[in-house]
Design a protein around this ligand. Sequence first.
Ligand code: SF4
Ligand code: SF4
Length: 72
Amino acid sequence: MVITFRVMVLDNCIGCGICWAICPKGVLIGKLRAKAVVASEEQCMGCFSCQYNCPFNAIIVKVNPKEVKRLS
Ligand code: SF4
Ligand code: SF4
């Protein structure tokens, strides 16, 4: 089974650019000072780099709930 991930950007994102600079899969894109955009969630490999490095805790990465259902 391939686990997929949900990537959510919260409204307190200030568009600092860290997350889209560090994402190794190009999941996140954006323009400085605008809320980051999740462009290709299906490419997320769940490294959590974006979540750990966001200075504003504005990204949440979770295992796709559909996968959790399938695992249980
Ligand atoms: S690192 Fe956090 S604050 Fe910066 S653009 Fe990404 S989500 Fe927004
Ligand atoms: S968890 Fe990793 S691969 Fe997924 S969006 Fe964040 S930085 Fe990119």
